[in-house]
Design a protein around this ligand. Structure first.
Ligand code: ADP
Ligand code: MG
Length: 375
């Protein structure tokens, strides 16, 4: 496809005003773009750095039209925006990412089918609608397993791990009548990785370094680069995402989360946008996942990626927030990111910190010295 070039001075509209929208906006502002954001929350993270804030719900079609009127190009910062609104923008020729990758990533069943169609491995899974269907599926999937809502889940929300038969007691409060769920075999992986990459409108792709992700309670805690994987696994990860990217005609920054077991990769999840596990690129790479995303959707050529030898990003959740902000001046060697959220709920992502260095060993010493390992 030929790119419609959006130039500095023109306006980028962002659906969703959380931290990802904010970091996209900051990158875009460095480049001279104006920002309009649509988000229901007053003074949301992105509104604090945007030129215009349309405060409305994501499915408010009139508000979406106002965003479109203000914007030369539109992007989204998360996948749970209204699909109809996205289709409207696509028809207007203002959504280079297209609505298809949203449609796929909004639904865990479609996401798995897309991976399978690309010839990639996924954990064994079944789609279920009732407790009986779940029991039938568990019969062949076995324990441990995990049950997830088919759409709308994030940061481990809408998930229940089933270690043994005993966990079935918790099911009645989890399963809702008429709901659709996916049940997956719980993979005893060696490690989790993600490949964040960017694809231009012309089909060119740049890859950020493969990152290793450590989750606590299903929420990303720490991202480490370089990931502790062989060159062979890195190559498999890159081939996998290239196949998916071409098959889905992806435009912009996109992330694929994978499990690594015995040198094989299994696709876990995809995100059609910049990703938490790519935040390290802000300081550790010559071009961040956000800047590259803006370049892609604006039809500018992608910048070849170079990076520092090592980086570690640690999320700051609500429960860590006071420790971090009250002692900000005491922390050395780390880059602080505060998303400007009002309410520090326990597991809410409030910010992140990034260390960069010559080796992971060197960074681990800084983490220890700063007592971040206590989080
Ligand atoms: N089938 C699985 N096998 C092993 N671990 C899993 C599985 N599904 C989820 N997890 C763990 O839970 C985390 C969050 O699950 P994920 O499906 O990525 O949902 P989300 O990130 O949308 O909350 C994963 O990164 C992984 O640590
Ligand atoms: Mg995930």
């Amino acid at each position: 496809m030929k790119a419609n070039v959006i130039r500095p001075g023109q306006t980028i509209g962002i659906l969703g005003g959380g931290q990802l929208g904010r970091m996209m906006a900051v990158a875009a502002r460095h480049m001279g773009y104006r920002i309009a954001v649509l988000d229901p929350t007053e003074d949301c993270p992105c509104a604090q750095v945007a030129d215009e804030h349309i405060q409305a719900d994501y499915d408010d079609v009139d508000a979406a039209k106002r965003l479109s009127d203000l914007s030369d190009v539109i992007t989204y910062e998360f996948e749970n925006v209204d699909l109809e609104v996205a289709r409207l923008f696509e028809e207007e020729g203002k959504l280079p990412q297209g609505a298809y990758s949203l449609e796929v990533t909004q639904n865990r069943s479609k996401e798995k089918e897309e991976a399978v169609n690309a010839g990639l491995a996924v954990p064994e899974y079944a789609i279920i609608h009732s407790e009986q269907e779940l029991l039938d599926a568990i019969n062949w999937i076995g324990y441990p397993a995990v049950i997830k809502t088919i759409s709308g889940g994030y940061d481990g929300k809408g998930q229940l791990k089933l270690e043994t038969e005993d966990a079935l007691q918790e099911l009645s409060s989890f399963l809702k009548d008429g709901g659709t769920y996916i049940v997956e075999q719980w993979l005893s992986f060696d490690l989790e990785i993600s490949q964040v990459f960017t694809r231009g409108i012309d089909g060119a792709i740049t890859y950020f370094p493969v990152a290793e992700n450590i989750h606590k309670n299903h929420i990303l805690h720490e991202t480490r680069v370089p990931a502790n994987v062989t060159d062979d696994v890195t190559e498999k990860a890159r081939q996998a995402v290239r196949t998916l990217a071409d098959q889905m005609n992806i435009v912009g920054t996109f992330a694929v989360e994978m499990f690594v077991k015995d040198e094989a990769i299994h696709i876990n999840e995809m995100a059609p946008r910049p990703h938490n596990s790519g935040h390290f690129t802000i300081e550790a790479c010559n071009v961040s996942q956000f800047e590259q995303h803006i370049r892609a959707i604006c039809g500018l050529p992608l910048i070849p990626v170079h990076s520092f030898p090592a980086a570690v990003m640690v999320n700051v959740l609500g429960k860590h927030y006071d420790i971090l902000t009250s002692k900000a001046e005491k922390y050395i060697d780390l880059h602080l990111h505060d998303y400007g959220k009002k309410e520090a709920r326990t597991n809410r992502k409030m910010g992140h910190v990034t260390f960069i260095g010559n080796s992971l060993e060197e960074i681990d010493e800084s983490i220890e010295a700063n007592q971040i390992h206590m989080w």
